[in-house]
Structures are given as structure tokens and as C-alpha cells.
Design a binder for this molecule. Structure first.
Ligand code: AGP
Length: 614
């Protein structure tokens, strides 16, 4: 939640500072978009502009870019946690003296306690945010210590919680002070100036050399240097050792002519899956992970939202391909299994962002029990892979749309790959079967996916004409189709704001069917599996008998093609490929319905891409 950026120039002729900060915020807008603000140091004074609203509205209303120049500046785009979105609660926040300005991503857990102490010493608070305590704390400690960096470090020691914090002050106008714990922060090392940001795309206009800041690191950047120290261990860090060059381009993180990131990312899926496959083939960790899993007593898998759906798919695949029980659970419910996990068990933690706090907490709890942890993530060096014993990356490239699309397909590819590699290693799949699934079916599905997307896109657009006024829907399936149905329902809920529920089709008779009346849309996900197809047919008939409008996502040779009112056919391949072949239609249905209703699919209300609060 929240995106922050800071730029430290040698002199103002290098860049129009306000404009550069604003452009950086646009690249971070997916992290939060209810309010934003900028602070710059100009003529030895702090200048601040901030307000409630999206960046483009604020630019039109307040003019971030034109009026604000200088050499040093910080900026913030917010997703509210403490205090409503408002002009006053927007960051940056300043202290009583007006000498310090701060932007923060995260939560200061002990802010009430700190605030009380500061108020008793005469500090006056303007906002309802937790962040404001930090800037008053620096002011207080600066009075005592007489040195900005010492005051900043001491203030960090006084707070508990999660933070990526940037601070500027005209007392030391050519520095941006930073600290990080549990919220992401990256330094960008430019050729003649330096930067800080929550995420790499915000830096790519300026540089490709980055240092991912680790937990408990504090320091400052100047236009020509970076100083870092590890606050916990008490020594300075040679940041050069951690510097890396970003290989993907800014274009990878921009819309490339598509009207929305979500659509671009749906169409990008074939390319993303090719990258995932080639990464998996050369990943030395994979073999180690497979033998770890083979030797494990219990295998758990966890994730949130879409990543949980991918986890359920893995549990199904392991059961059917290798006869191995895998226990999937929603990350925020980790306490259910925490006590039973032991050092002979393995937890697979699935998270696109690698930062989801619920997943991180599950990882920490299971590690405490001695359990080994394997992370499946898209973001290299993010918190969850860093805290895990092994990490396998999805290599989907940056996903900017709030809705997970290409990362779901790449997650399920990684997990499907892991399941068949396990089944081969345990002797449940012969070499020939393994090659057939991997080379013919999985690779085959990736090869034809571009065409499939084009075809189902047209079908989704047509269906939206009929569904434009819909209020509620069901998504039903069985077996491997259940997590796909859940994913379809989540997409339409979060992007098109349509109430939708997903159930194993057999459950529909136990209550949900009561809502069905003539015209009620029910989407059936029909995997390529004769047994599941036969059973789903019964459920289609039950729904149709109550007047439901049945929509079927089926394979081309399915005998059920004529049993539904609206059919979407996809290639007939092994059921393992169901997420790849059946999900794009569900994503596109949600996308087109959102657009039809005048909604912005990239920025659904109340949601943020990365959920770093419990
Ligand atoms: C998916 O469309 C959602 N935006 C959300 O459910 C997401 O999958 C969830 O927050 C988990 O995120 P992660 O994969 O980054 O951990």
C-alpha cells in the first residue's frame, strides 16, 4: 500500500523536479491512489503540495509539476490505513517547526503511545495519520541531538511496525534520509543524481542500477553518494555489493498502446508463460525443491486471493498426478495449522508481489516451527522469497493492473510444473507420460494461447452486451475447475463490482440454487475430464430447469457444447492445462463488463495491488 519516491539532484538544471516526481508517482499509482503529495526544498525552504484525489485530478487542481522545482524532493501516493483519504491526511507530513517533511509507506503500530508523549511535550498534530508522529519525533530528537541523521536513526528506534520512510529538511538540503522495514524500498543509482522509490518502474526513467533495501537498513542518499547502515547489527553496508542491473525495460512496465494495463497483461500471457517455462527449465533450485517435497512429512501451501486459487490448483494436481496430499490454506488463517507444522514439513508460500503481509506472517510462523519454506513469487528479492529457504520465480514481468491476470497463469504453470516433476520423481508418471504432459500439452497450450485469447475476447465482448445489467452470478465447476471458477468470480467482483460466488458445482444444491431465477447467469468451467464432465452436465441441467442462463467454458470436443446457452470452446488438452486454457475468457469477461459500466479496471475501488496490512 502507498508508493513513495525521492529524487536528489546536483543542480536543478538536471531535471524539472516536480515533473519528475509526478511521473514517478504515476508509475507507482497502482500501489495507492486516494491522495498524493510532493515536498521539495527550494531556496532553503520546504514547499509542500498535497491533496485528496487521483494524480491526474490533483495535477489539474494543484499543479504538481509546473510550480515545484528545486534539487531535493519526495512524493507519495496513498492508500489509506489510518485516517480517511483527505487533503490533511495526504502525505508529506511536516513537524511543528516546518523544517522536516516525511513520506511513509506502512503502519506505525505504536503511534498512539508516541503521539501522547509528543503531545505532552507541546507538539501539535494536524492529521489523523500514524505517519505524522514520526516527523514530530525527528523534530523532538533533533532538538536534543543537534544532528539530523542521528535524530532520524533514533526516531526509527522509537517506532514499531512496517515502514519505508523518506525524510528531507532544508537543514541538510542535499540529502534524502531513508529507513525500511517490511515495506519495499529501492535505491536508484543514477550517473549524476540518485533516487529512492517503492518499486523499480518508478526509477527506470532515470537509471537501471538499483539496490533493493533490506529490512532494518537506514541511511541517506546525496546526488553523488549512497550511505547505508544496518541499524540492527550496527555496521555500515557496502551497497555496491547489493547493486544489480534491471534487465526489463520501461516498456515492459507501460501500456504499449492498450487502453488499460489489465488488457495488456491478459494479452501478454503467452509471452509471460514462455518466459516462465524457460526459467523453469534452467532453474537449479527446482530439483532441490522437488526432493525436499518428496522427503517432506506434510506439504502445506498458502496464498491470498488469486495466489490462494493457484494453491488450490496445486493441491488438486498433486493428488491426481502423484497421489500426494497437499494441505492448502488461506494465508490469513495460518494459525489453524501453525501448531501442527513441524521441522519435517514444507510450506509453499505463493505471492505475486512477495510482500503480502498475511503470507509473510504464515511464513514466519511456520519457520518458527522449523518448517522449510519455498516461495513462489514474481518479484525478485521481495520479502517472502528473502525470508524463505528456496525461491522459484514466476518471471511474468511487472504486473501493474490491480487484478492478477498473467501472474495467475504463470503461478499455475510453476505449480503444475512442480507437480509433474514430483510425480515423475516419485515414479507416479513414466518418462513418456511426463514428456507428453510437458512437451505436448503444456507447451502446446502456451503455443496456441495467443489465438485462444483473441477468440475468447470476441466472445466475452458479445456476452457483455447481454450481461451489462447483471447484479449477481454463480461460477461453478468440479475438480481442477473449482479454483478456476473461484478466480473467475473474484475477477468479476473486484473489477466489474458484480456480486459473484464460486462453488464446487455439487454444493449448489445445498443452498445457492435458491437464488436462481429466470435469466440468472451461471458460468460453468468444464475441464477436459470425462468423469467431471458427466457430473457437471447434471448441474447444468439443474440450473437450466430453474431458468438460469448457462454459460459454459469447455474444450472443443466436449459433449456438453450444446447443453449450455452460451458456449466458449478452448483447445482439448490435458486437464493440467485448465488454468491456461479456461481462465482468459473469465478475465476478459470481467474486463469488458467493467469497461462497459464505465469503471477503471486498473484501479478498482478500495483495493490495492500489494496488501501489506493485516
Ligand atoms: C487478485 O486479482 C487480487 N488483486 C488479490 O486477490 C491478490 O491476488 C492478493 O492480494 C494476493 O497478492 P499476492 O499474490 O501479491 O500475494
Amino acid at each position: 500500500m502507498c508508493g513513495i519516491i525521492g529524487i536528489c539532484l546536483r543542480d536543478r538544471s538536471q531535471l524539472p523536479l516536480g515533473e519528475a516526481l509526478f511521473r514517478g508517482l504515476l508509475r507507482l499509482e497502482y500501489r495507492g491512489y486516494d491522495s498524493a503529495g510532493i515536498a521539495v526544498i527550494d531556496s532553503s525552504r520546504l514547499h509542500i503540495v498535497k491533496g485528496k484525489g487521483r494524480l491526474d485530478e490533483l495535477e489539474a487542481r494543484l499543479g504538481f509539476t509546473k510550480k515545484y522545482t528545486g534539487e531535493t524532493g519526495i512524493a507519495h501516493t496513498r492508500w489509506a490505513t489510518h485516517g480517511q483519504p483527505s487533503d490533511i491526511n495526504a502525505h508529506p507530513h511536516v513537524d511543528c517547526s516546518g523544517l522536516f517533511a516525511v513520506v511513509h509507506n506502512g503502519i506505525i503500530e505504536n503511534y498512539l503511545e508516541v503521539k501522547e508523549k509528543l503531545e505532552s511535550r507541546g507538539h501539535v498534530f494536524k492529521s489523523e495519520t500514524d505517519t505524522e508522529v514520526f516527523v514530530h519525533l525527528v523534530e523532538e530528537l533533533y532538538r536534543e541531538l543537534g544532528d539530523v541523521y542521528s535524530a532520524f536513526k533514533s526516531a526509527i528506534k522509537h517506532i514499531r511496525g512496517a515502514y519505508a520512510i523518506l525524510l528531507i529538511t532544508p537543514i541538510e538540503p542535499n540529502k534524502i534520509f531513508f529507513a525500511k522495514k517490511d515495506s519495499p524500498l529501492v535505491v536508484g543509482i543514477g550517473s549524476s543524481y540518485n533516487l529512492l522509490a517503492s518499486d523499480i518502474p518508478a526509477l527506470l526513467d532515470h537509471t537501471r542500477r538499483v539496490v533493493v533495501i533490506r529490512d532494518n537498513w537506514v541511511g541517506y542518499i546525496t546526488p553523488s553518494s549512497v550511505f547505508v547502515e544496518d541499524l540492527e547489527r550496527g555496521f555500515s553496508v557496502d551497497h555496491e555489493q547489493y547493486a544489480m542491473t534491471v534487465l526489463w525495460s520501461l516498456e515492459d512496465a507501460s501500456r504499449e498502446g492498450y487502453p488499460h494495463f489489465m488488457l495488456k497483461e491478459i494479452y501478454e500471457q503467452p509471452r509471460a508463460l514462455v518466459q516462465t517455462l524457460s526459467g523453469l527449465r534452467s532453474d537449479a533450485v527446482l530439483e532441490q525443491v522437488v526432493s525436499l517435497l518428496v522427503d517432506a512429512d506434510n506439504i502445506y501451501i498458502t496464498g491470498a486471493g488469486t495466489s490462494y486459487h493457484a494453491s488450490e490448483y496445486y493441491a488438486y494436481a498433486m493428488s491426481k498426478l502423484a497421489g500426494r496430499l497437499v494441505i492448502p490454506f488461506i494465508a490469513s488463517e495460518y494459525e489453524l495449522y501453525e501448531e501442527t507444522a513441524s521441522n519435517k514439513d514444507v510450506l509453499i508460500a505463493v505471492s505475486q508481489s512477495g510482500e503480502t503481509i498475511d503470507v509473510l506472517k504464515a511464513v514466519r510462523a511456520f519457520k518458527k516451527q522449523g518448517c522449510r519454506v519455498v516461495a513462489i513469487s514474481n518479484v525478485v528479492d521481495s520479502a517472502i522469497p528473502r525470508e524463505s529457504d528456496y525461491a522459484i520465480y514466476m518471471r511474468a514481468g511487472p504486473e501493474i493492473g490491480v487484478a492478477a491476470t498473467k501472474t495467475f497463469l504463470t503461478q499455475t504453470l510453476v505449480l503444475g510444473f512442480l507437480a509433474i516433476a514430483y510425480a515423475k520423481s516419485s515414479g507416479d508418471l513414466s518418462e513418456a507420460e511426463y514428456r507428453q504432459i510437458l512437451l505436448e500439452d503444456i507447451e502446446g497450450s502456451v503455443k496456441v494461447l495467443g489465438k485462444v485469447i483473441e477468440k475468447v475476447d470476441a466472445l466475452a465482448r458479445r456476452l457483455v452486451e447481454r450481461l451489462s445489467g447483471v447484479k449477481s452470478m454463480y461460477y461453478l465447476s468440479r475438480g481442477v475447475g473449482v479454483p478456476i471458477a473461484r478466480e473467475g468470480a473474484l475477477k468479476i467482483k473486484e473489477i466489474a463490482y458484480v456480486h459473484a460466488e464460486a462453488y464446487p458445482a455439487g454444493e449448489s444444491k445445498h443452498g445457492p440454487i435458491a437464488l436462481v431465477e429466470p435469466g440468472y447467469p451461471v458460468v460453468f468451467i468444464v475441464p477436459n475430464d470425462p468423469l467431471l464432465e458427466r457430473r457437471i452436465l447434471g448441474n447444468i441441467m439443474e440450473m437450466k430447469a430453474r431458468g438460469a442462463y448457462s454459460i459454459g467454458v469447455l474444450h472443443e470436443e466436449s459433449p456438453l457444447v450444446n447443453s449450455v446457452d452460451y458456449s466458449i470452446t478452448v483447445p482439448s488438452l490435458h486437464w493440467v492445462t485448465t488454468p491456461i486454457t479456461h481462465t482468459p475468457f473469465l478475465q476478459l469477461l470481467a474486463y469488458h463488463l467493467a469497461v462497459k459500466r464505465g469503471l477503471d479496471p486498473d484501479k478498482p475501488r478500495n483495493l490495492a495491488k500489494t496488501v501489506t496490512v493485516e
